[in-house]
Ligand binder design. Structure first.
Ligand SMILES: [Zn+2]
Length: 207
């Protein structure tokens, strides 16, 4: 299994191909790969991304069948089932990179900001459970200097939510914490731009 840093480089290279429309995944190759994968999988990266239809991880990183173990949920939040999925893949397949992939203009973030400004009783309990996971990391921004600048507020909220998910994954699971400390598991945040197609990985990456 490849190391976290190498996996990260593969995603960076893949996103570059996506942005310049130079995909390596023609239908014929995908077809051949399907048969090769029946015996098992060895995904080189785990991606926890948003369900937004405009941000499919395999496409934006130009990866094929069997390459990515993808968990998608509105707002790329971290609840127990997401933690469990990451634990499962990291332990079972030896995958050494986890990317929390948020994106610009995320609807779940917009809904949370709206709810904070104007709480409504009508929201379903289920939707509320998503908003409640996003709320703690963004509510402080409503007293920031830029709070009246709608675009800036959303930008900061998207990033704060990605960082909160990274933090939650790193510290909300003993299994993941152990893998980070002793087995070189990397957990990093990244933001996809709907406008440019570029994935920007956050600073503070090791190595
Ligand atoms: Zn989203």
């Amino acid at each position: 299994m490849i190391k976290g840093q190498q996996a990260l480089q593969q995603l960076i290279d893949g996103n570059r191909r996506f942005v310049s429309a130079e995909s390596q995944h023609e239908p014929l190759r995908v077809h051949a790969r399907r048969s090769a994968l029946t015996a098992g999988q060895e995904p080189f990266a785990i991606v926890l991304g948003c369900s937004d239809s405009r941000v499919p991880a395999e496409l934006v990183f130009d990866q094929g069948l069997g390459d990515l173990f993808v968990i998608r949920v509105a707002g790329n939040i971290v609840a127990p089932s997401q933690v469990g999925s990451v634990e499962f893949a990291a332990e079972r397949f030896g995958t050494r990179l986890v990317v929390v992939l948020g994106h610009s203009s995320c609807g779940a973030i917009l809904a949370t900001l709206e709810e904070l400004r104007q709480p409504t009783e009508r929201q379903s309990r289920n939707l509320r459970s998503i908003v409640d996971r996003i709320r703690p990391s963004v509510q402080g921004l409503l007293s920031a200097e830029f709070r009246h600048d709608a675009d800036m507020l959303v930008q900061h909220a998207v990033r704060a939510n990605i960082r909160a998910s990274v933090d939650h994954l790193q510290h909300g699971s003993q299994v993941i914490e152990q893998l980070v400390q002793h087995d070189g598991l990397l957990v990093v945040g990244a933001e996809y731009s709907l406008e440019t197609g570029v994935v920007e990985f956050f600073e503070g990456l090791p190595g």
